[in-house]
Design a protein around this ligand. Structure first.
Ligand code: SAM
Length: 455
């Protein structure tokens, strides 16, 4: 029998620790798993060595992300050797992708649970902790369709001062981009009922949340069983009292339709003037090889459509450099696209080979040095663009939703503008408030200023 753990709450069924990597969808999975365990009486702890249940909630979007999981498993092995009763599970995208293969590299892992199997977590954990040997090395990677029907409002934890909430509206992805593992790890698209989403937003607004961000791998593919779309959801959300800021991410350009653009314009000014629209490459031939469903001109036409309706709109994007078919000329087209669009934010990635994807058949992987040289060139070009674009905020006042103290300088506060610019500033405030800040300085990545008294 194990001795009671010091400090354990009286009625707690056990203590769990969860480490999460990856995108907002992985964060949501962590919330679902925490919610499921907490409903079964588990309490969360901040370190693996204090826990009875250790969960690695993983990301496999690039090879490096996957390897991090195995190195963390290596670090956890001594804990498992010392306390074999600790239950160790691998969850999320690496679990979905690798399944039972994980046991051949790390046999001390107890179970593997995929992205749409989070509901079975407490039962599995209870069986393992009760010594049920038949549960050891369990693998559940079924891509269930009912994972979207989740009591989302019951799993949101109260965070003091939190003013922003993420609301998942669609899971999975029906696109078949040749570089991407997401369709394998997250299954096909399933959308939540719009009334259910709106009820959640109303209760968030009543609870003091001022900003909601709708989430999905391809959020603009949202369509519920009654045919209601993201455009319908934006218009309805803009009418809810108490909601001051609305965002959504991540959009696919192929589904950025005229009617969605109209709805976005109608939902202004509550809809924030920032859109993340991943382009991936500025070369039409690379886009065709990636099977993105648009070419350079088509993407630029969407940008024009958006800016015609919302001239103030700021844009962000994702870019992959070093795709197997990418030539120097293709890469230069990506550089010129950055200039032509004038993005405020670019997330750039060196192409990473993913198992089971079509890109594997399109040509040999480019040398790593070439990929990283292109990545560095792209980042230099984009840094200069961002520096220029951020300079135009100097002297202006911006509205900042305060997120908390600046992590690099706790004497300052940090928050975001509707345009998704980070602003650091001095003054007397608190997390969750909206402040008017006059911008005095700008770098490529943030703005700095002071609260305007009495604004
Ligand atoms: N579903 C979203 C989309 O397609 O726009 C975002 C998914 S992913 C979490 C975020 C970004 O990772 C992608 O937009 C892409 O730029 C990058 N990515 C995906 N697969 C990759 C790969 N094999 N190598 C490098 N970057 C990749």
């Amino acid at each position: 029998m194990t001795a009671p753990v010091a400090g354990r709450k009286d009625r707690a069924a056990g203590r769990y620790y969860i480490e999460t990597w990856g995108c907002q969808m992985n964060v949501l999975d962590a919330d679902k798993m925490s919610g499921a365990l907490e409903q079964h009486g588990y309490v969360r702890v901040a370190a693996a060595d204090q826990a009875d249940v250790v969960l690695l909630n993983t990301c496999s979007i690039r090879e490096k992300a996957k390897e991090k999981v195995f190195s963390e498993l290596g670090r956890l092995k001594p804990l498992k050797d010392e306390r074999p009763d600790v239950v160790l599970g691998v969850c999320g995208c690496v679990a979905q992708q690798e399944g039972a293969e994980i046991f051949s590299r790390a046999p001390y892992v107890d179970f593997v649970l995929g992205t749409r199997a989070t509901r079975s977590l407490p039962i599995l954990v209870d069986r393992l902790r009760a010594g049920d040997e038949s549960a050891r090395h369990a693998v559940d990677v079924e891509l269930r369709d009912d994972s979207i029907a989740f009591p989302f409002d019951q799993i949101r934890r109260d965070v003091e001062g939190a003013a922003k909430a993420f609301v998942t509206i669609i899971e999975g992805c029906n696109h078949r981009c040749t570089f991407c593992i997401v369709p394998q790890t997250r299954g096909r698209e399933i959308s939540r009922d719009m009334d259910d989403v709106l009820n959640e937003v109303r209760s968030l607004a009543a609870g003091g949340f001022r900003e909601v961000e709708f989430l999905g791998q391809t959020v603009n593919a949202y369509r519920d069983d009654f045919g209601r779309t993201l455009g319908d959801l934006l218009r309805a959300t803009a009418r809810i009292d108490g909601v001051e800021r609305i965002r959504f991410t991540t959009s696919h350009p192929a589904q950025m339709t005229d009617s969605l653009m109209d709805a976005m314009a109608a939902a202004r000014p509550k809809l924030c003037s920032y859109l993340h629209l991943p382009v991936q490459s500025g070369s039409s031939s690379v886009l065709a090889a990636m099977r993105r469903g648009y070419d350079r001109d088509g993407y630029l036409a969407k940008i024009r459509g958006l800016r015609d309706r919302m001239p103030e709109l700021c844009l962000g994007t994702d870019v992959i450099v070093g795709f197997p078919t990418e030539t120097e000329r293709d890469f230069e087209e990506t550089l010129s696209l950055l200039d032509e669009v004038g993005y405020d934010t670019v997330y750039s990635f060196a192409y990473s080979v993913r198992p089971g994807t079509k890109a594997l058949t399109l040509g040999p992987d480019l040398p790593e040095e070439l990929k990283f040289e292109r990545l560095a060139r792209l980042n230099d070009v984009q840094r200069a663009i961002q520096e220029r674009r951020n300079q135009r905020w100097i002297g202006r006042t911006v509205s900042v939703l305060v997120e908390g103290p600046n992590r690099r300088n706790s004497l300052e506060w940090t928050g975001r503008t509707p345009e998704a610019r980070w602003v650091h500033f001095d003054g007397d405030t608190a997390a969750g408030r909206v402040e008017t800040v006059r911008v005095a300085e700008a770098s490529a990545f943030s703005l700095r200023g002071e609260i305007v008294a009495g604004a």
